[in-house]
Ligand binder design. Sequence first.
Ligand code: FAD
Length: 318
Amino acid sequence: MKVIDRLNNSKGKTLFSVEILPPLKGKSIQSIYDILDPIMHYKPSFVDVTYHREEYVYKKRENGLLEKFSIRKRPGTVSICAAILNHYNVDPVPHMICGGFSKEETENALIELNYLGIDNVLLIRGDAIKSESQFEAHKNGHRYALDLVQQVACMNRGVYIDEELQEVSASDFCIGVAGYPEKHFEAPNMKSDLKYLKAKIDAGAEYIVTQMFFDNKKYFEFVEKCKEAEINVPIIPGLKPVSTRKQCSALPKIFHVDIPETLSEEIDNCENDKDVREIGIKWCIEQSKELKKAGVPCLHYYTMGNAEMTCRIAEEVF
Ligand SMILES: Cc1cc2nc3c(=O)[nH]c(=O)nc-3n(C[C@H](O)[C@H](O)[C@H](O)COP(=O)(O)OP(=O)(O)OC[C@H]3O[C@@H](n4cnc5c(N)ncnc54)[C@H](O)[C@@H]3O)c2cc1C
């Protein structure tokens, strides 16, 4: 079922959903079930599965020269989605990125998803890989998530790259995109970021999932600004409980989000990461309860491999 239909049929109830990461290469599918089994108790409406690009590493050869290798540490997004659908009969939402894909490869991946009966995709650009100073598009690929949305919207109308194909069948994907309550870090200002967010919606995206935030005020202001910009689709807040002291500096660095003073002070006063996790869970429960009371369409949790924290939050909130 499409995410947008679930949201529209929820009769004002706030839904629950999660994002998981594919396991590190070499681990088994059981590691996915170990995360999802306890989460299933809280009946997630859908499960997002992230996509991870290749990275380049240099290994020293016997002759002393360095050899460049491409590795993907977390492959398996599509097959994990198929496994989730088969194993739990819950809708998976594979993430698809622009980086590293030609348009043709994107089209073929969409065909695989269509054959598997996957109804939803979250379309994002992806970030620069470590060896790039800024995001570089594949030479036959997409520069922005907007271009990817346009490609999927075309397939939904039965238009493939090769327009001469005969008797084609149209796909029917529900498209989600990313939004940033604290602005995407490359956008010169919020107005510009919202202009491109609106372009993604106008091109066919039906809902937005936000970057994590730790101050609900940021989300509420973002929703208001979206309304002013005539962005009228559901905006799903993405939440993550802080789980280690290190994240106080790592999360702002990686995700370009602020940690509120009260939260960072509480974390500073913790003796160890076990205490930090308790603070993180408490904070996330309070955020969730306030958002739920405000009638948000869904609460979406970035599990980052930690089912226990997500379950403790869901237990209190749903
Ligand atoms: C909910 C969520 C899930 C994510 N999942 C993944 C994942 O699975 N894998 C992964 O690698 N990354 C993931 N990311 C990270 C994401 O790839 C990065 O944040 C990336 O830097 C931006 O992606 P985007 O889709 O928002 O990009 P875009 O919408 O393309 O925007 C990127 C920047 O370009 C600007 N812009 C957009 N369109 C145009 C245009 N036409 N002309 C000029 N400027 C423009 C925007 O304002 C913004 O500053 C996720 C992020 C979120 C919030």
